[in-house]
Design a protein around this ligand. Structure first.
Ligand code: PEP
Ligand code: MG
Length: 303
């Protein structure tokens, strides 16, 4: 009601979801979970196969499209690649760790993304980042890919935005430094909640503990938004918290720039945001961030 805009984006897993995002009036895609492409295949998808899907996605959407690079491992397996059994898969060889080691697999995806970005507003997002070094290494491989595409003489986009998912406590603690190097942040509260509270997101016995309304998680979120804004970059959120009607006023008050969610939630969140004032929500956020218990937080948010 006081004119602040919050972008409402969609989370998608493939082309069908992109069509849904368009139907539901998403302003773009804040999270394209590219792992589904890999999980539904019978081998690592080729550069050409990926290029065609990303290009099509960009052409259907015609709006900003944030594609997350392969986030495999943890709870997500591949039918054609045998991961060694790990004691703690969520603390294991997954996402960017896997990609930085499996350079050929990673570079195949990066080249497909660079080529598809010639046809639309594609941004690259790296998952599970814990350090500035990891981000630099990923971007260094991206530069190598550009060089190789140049040598092959194929069309691609030279200047492409690269950002990170902030979903580890390490990334929160290093947010100021990371913000100076990345083009954008997207807060992944699904993982961030489990890592901050040391509570497995899939453990049925921990459903009460696995709760993003815990003050520790909320303070982490606020810290990331502040760090991002200090460096002048946009901060979005693509964890499920971004589409939670109980959380939206708080997120607006914290200054979040973009909420990305399942398409079907967009209309309700849009309606909700249209009825609130950013200035008033700022005061609410200040009170919530001063709360000491999850119960107090929920009382303040009338949940
Ligand atoms: C997250 O961790 O918040 C997230 C959006 O990614 P995923 O749920 O795919 O781990
Ligand atoms: Mg995650």
């Amino acid at each position: 009601t006081d004119g602040r805009r919050v972008h409402l984006y969609a989370n998608v897993g493939g082309l069908k979801d992109i069509e849904l995002a368009v139907k539901h009036g998403a302003e773009g895609v804040g999270l394209f979970r590219s792992e589904f492409l890999y999980m539904e295949s019978s081998r690592f998808p080729t550069e050409q196969e990926q290029f065609e899907i990303y290009k099509k996605a960009a052409e259907i959407l015609k709006k900003p499209l944030t594609i997350r690079t392969l986030d495999i491992g943890g709870d997500k397996a591949l039918p054609y690649y045998k991961f060694e059994k790990e004691e703690n898969p969520f603390l294991g060889w997954r996402a960017i760790r896997f990609c930085l080691d499996m350079r050929d697999v990673f570079k195949t995806q990066l080249k497909a993304l660079l080529r598809a970005a010639a046809y639309g507003d594609i941004r690259i997002m790296y998952p599970m980042i814990v350090s500035v070094e990891e981000f630099r290494k990923a971007n260094q491989l991206l530069e190598e890919c550009k060089q190789e595409l140049k040598e092959r003489g194929v069309l691609f986009r030279e200047s492409i935005q690269t950002g990170i998912m902030v979903e580890t406590p390490a990334a929160v603690l290093m947010a100021e430094e990371l913000a100076k190097e990345v083009d954008f942040f997207s807060i992944g509260t699904n993982d961030l909640t489990q890592y901050i509270l040391a509570a497995d997101r899939g453990n049925q016995k921990l459903t009460k503990l696995y709760d993003p309304f815990y003050p520790a998680v909320l303070r982490a979120v606020a810290q990331v938004i502040q760090a991002g804004h200090k460096a002048g970059i946009e901060v979005g959120m693509c964890g499920e918290f971004a589409g939670d009607e109980g959380a939206v006023p708080l997120l607006v008050g914290m200054g979040l720039d973009e909420c990305s969610m399942v398409s079907s939630e967009i209309a309700a969140v849009r309606y909700q945001i249209r009825g609130i004032s950013a200035e008033q929500m700022k005061h609410l956020a200040e009170r919530v961030l001063a709360a000491v218990t999850v119960k107090e937080v929920k009382q303040l948010l009338e949940r």
